[in-house]
Write a protein that binds this ligand. Structure first.
Ligand SMILES: NC(=O)C1=CN([C@@H]2O[C@H](COP(=O)(O)OP(=O)(O)OC[C@H]3O[C@@H](n4cnc5c(N)ncnc54)[C@H](O)[C@@H]3O)[C@@H](O)[C@H]2O)[C@H](O)CC1
Ligand SMILES: [K+]
Length: 525
């Protein structure tokens, strides 16, 4: 059973290399003048600065770097001056280092250009950051580093900052912030937002994001997609729901998808129940809670009434025993189940052995979450023993443990670590956060737009595991199931917050809202 083959079309988020290729294609193959692109870009930057300057007294400070990002800054300065504003242009490099369009933009600026000094921010009403763009490499160095630090301090004091294309110091591809970075009020980016603008920690420097059409035709993206093996990252949106299988008149509860949630331990019986509830509300026709026999009565009492329970061997500590694997595998095989292992599972050698035996023995879709991931600490390769589609759903701390990496390093290099986990496990990895990243072993990436603070509460991860499990059970391929599950969960979180207030949301509300999230705007879906 497989869903529609066409991949969902999400808003593309190219990396810096793809943006350069796009630029080059438009200029070299379509004959679009590079300086025309720069004039449009700089004009949009000036418009954003004008809006921020309204009602504020003082000069606009435009800080220009060595490349075309600085070139956009000179164009913006020229426009702002023409609009009647006092403009102070500062440069982080000697003007003779400028070349090409940037040198031309510098020459077209009718005012003086002074070298960067820290006191330039004094009395500035608005600052335009045109220091580093998609051509930046590594942590800011030299004068650029000094200027970025000063701009950051000015922003902290409340001076609005417009970033040109990307806040200087943020890596446009990965969202990494290797040194200091500008914190923008508004980031004006050109043609398409790059992936780094949506990935933490860079995402937190972007402020309001404006994507401006600078006249590069969409067919350039299509031509480059056809040339490249791996498409650019995509921003999750409603299109991710396209192609998901739906129930039909001739269907049965098993055809709607069977999810088996394996988890639960003394003191943690709610987690598997929330996961099962998420699965049922995301479309599963049938859900089974596979738990330690000693806990089965408790779980049965708490579980959604539409679910079944399966009592399995209990370990001396009251959680699941390693030899629960065989009866569970038998049940999975009988009823073509998707296995979600981990919610509230608890830790310890019995669980370590159980998770490994399940991964190796189950050949249907598998999702490993929470304590299930802890059982694979330092050994994501263990998932490779699993023959079928697999999804891992760690948050940063769980991913650090899985990879035996430093927690702070995972936070600073989220995309790189998610990619490493996907490569080593050969599974789709969902690295959870405000910028949830969905990464496939073949290099595909989908990024959540986030902005659902109501989800920051206990148990919402369990609901997500069930939702993705339901989509896997219905036959979606693991990347599509994971991406669609993350999107539905995000919408459900926003809906729950709209109904209850951000601080009143509990995980059960999110599970209940999954159904409405799936059907919103798609009455038949
Ligand atoms: N997207 C488009 O189609 C257009 C984009 N435009 C703008 O062009 C920049 C990219 O320009 P580029 O010259 O390639 O790179 P930068 O401006 O980012 O400058 C690179 C320059 O900076 C120096 N440098 C690199 N790394 C560091 C560092 N870590 N510390 C200090 N200095 C550094 C080095 O000298 C490099 O040469 C894009 O962002 C848009 O703003 C076009 O204007 C319109 C079309
Ligand atoms: K910039």
């Amino acid at each position: 059973m497989s869903d529609a083959p066409a991949p969902p079309t999400l808003e593309p988020l190219p990396d810096a290399a793809r943006m350069r290729a796009t630029d080059a294609w438009a200029i070299e193959r379509l004959g679009i003048e590079g300086y025309a692109l720069m004039r449009t870009a700089g004009g949009a930057l000036a418009d954003a600065a004008l809006r921020l300057a309204a009602g504020r007294r003082g000069r606009v400070l435009v800080v220009c770097g060595a490349g075309n990002n600085g070139g956009d800054g000179y164009v913006a300065a020229t426009r702002l001056r023409r609009a009647g504003l006092a403009v102070d242009v500062r440069t982080t490099v000697a003007p003779e280092r400028l070349a090409g369009d940037a040198a031309r933009a510098r020459a077209d600026w009718p005012g003086p250009v002074a070298p960067w000094t820290g006191d330039a921010v004094d009395g500035a009403a608005v600052i335009v950051d045109a220091i580093l763009g998609t051509g930046a490499r590594g942590a800011p160095r030299d004068v650029a580093a000094d200027a970025i630090g000063t701009l950051r301090a000015a922003a902290r004091r409340g001076v609005p900052v417009v970033a040109c294309d990307v806040p200087s110091g943020v890596d446009a591809t990965t969202g990494e912030v290797p040194g200091d970075a500008v914190r923008a009020t508004v980031t004006v980016t050109f043609h398409r937002a790059t992936s780094g603008l949506w990935i933490a920690p860079g995402k937190d420097h972007v402020g309001r994001l404006e994507v401006v059409d600078i006249g590069i035709p969409a067919r350039v993206d299509a031509a480059l997609d056809a040339e490249d093996g791996t498409p650019p990252a995509g921003l999750l949106g409603p299109a991710v729901l396209d192609g998901l299988a739906r129930r039909d008149r001739a269907g049965t509860k098993f055809r709607s998808g069977h999810v088996v949630v394996c988890g639960g331990a003394p003191g943690m019986t709610g987690a598997p129940c929330l996961s099962a509830r998420g699965a049922m509300r995301a479309g599963a026709g049938y859900a089974t809670l596979a738990v330690a026999g000693a806990l089965e009565p408790v779980v049965a009492a708490r579980a959604p009434m539409e679910t079944l329970t399966l009592a399995l061997p209990t370990a001396p500590d009251g959680g699941l025993a390693a030899d629960a694997a065989e009866p569970l595998l038998e049940r999975l095989g009988q009823r073509a189940g998707t296995l979600v292992v981990g919610p509230g599972l608890g830790r310890g050698p019995e669980r370590d052995a159980l998770v490994r035996r399940l991964a190796a023995g189950h050949d249907g879709p598998l999702l490993v979450d929470a304590d299930g991931l802890a059982a694979l600490a330092g050994d994501p390769e263990a998932v490779r023993a699993h023959g079928g589609p697999a999804v891992l759903t760690p948050h940063a701390g769980e991913l650090a443990r899985l990879l035996d990496a430093d927690g702070a390093a995972v936070g600073a290099h989220r995309l790189a670590h998610a990619r490493e986990a996907a490569r080593r496990s050969d599974a789709v990895v969902v690295l959870k956060g405000d910028d949830t990243l969905v990464v496939a072993p073949d290099g595909r990436v989908a990024i959540s737009p986030g902005d659902a603070p109501g989800l920051a509460t206990a148990g919402t991860g369990d609901v997500l595991s069930g939702a993705i499990g339901a989509l896997l059970a219905r036959g979606a391929d693991p990347f599509h199931a994971a991406a669609a599950g993350v999107w539905l969960h995000l919408l459900a979180g926003r809906r729950a917050a709209a109904a209850r207030g951000v601080d009143g949301v509990v995980a059960g509300d999110v599970a209940e809202e999954l159904a409405a999230a799936r059907h919103a705007g798609r009455p038949r879906g």
